[in-house]
Structures are given as structure tokens and as C-alpha cells.
Design a protein around this ligand. Sequence first.
Ligand code: PRE
Length: 92
Amino acid sequence: MKLLKKSREKIDLIDEKILELISERTSLARNIIKAKMVLDMDIWDPEREKQIEEKTRQIARENRIDEDKLIKIMRILTELNKMEQEQILRRK
Ligand SMILES: O=C(O)C(=O)C[C@]1(C(=O)O)C=C[C@@H](O)C=C1
């Protein structure tokens, strides 16, 4: 079925872009932890995570995607970033 093959090819391309962006997002942990060490800030910033959650909910509503599902994905990304920061801190 040509439609299925074409759709899967598009999903493969999108998945590649998503993973590249996740890698880029996570690599920013290096800069963030450096700044937090200078500013004597905790890795966990609840205010910032609340801001990210609000933006996520807005984008979910605009795109008719389940808000809670999208929040779960964003929480994984922030957890990934925090883990990366903790690992960098331990190596210092
Ligand atoms: O912006 C920060 O302070 C970060 O550490 C990044 C990040 C994120 O992944 O977006 C991760 C942990 C914080 O609690 C808030 C946000």
C-alpha cells in the first residue's frame, strides 16, 4: 500500500528531526550547569518548569493534542536535562 509506505517515510524523517532536537536540547545542559555553578543555582528550577508546562499546554490546545500526554513528554525532556547536569556536576 503506497500511502502507508509514504507516511512511514515521512514519520522516519520527522523522528530523525525530533531526535536531533532532543540531542541539541540536552546538550545545552552543559552551558546551563556552568551558569548555575557561577550563580549558585540548584539544577531543579520549579518556576522555569512551570513556565515550560504552561507553554506546552497552550501548544497542545492549539494543536488539539492531549495536554497531559504532551506534558509527560516534556517532563521526560527536562528529566533528561537534569540528569545530564547532575552527571556533569559529578565529573567536576
Ligand atoms: O533552564 C534551566 O534552568 C534548566 O536547567 C533546563 C530545564 C529544562 O530541561 O528545560 C531543566 C531543569 C530545570 O528544572 C528547568 C529547566
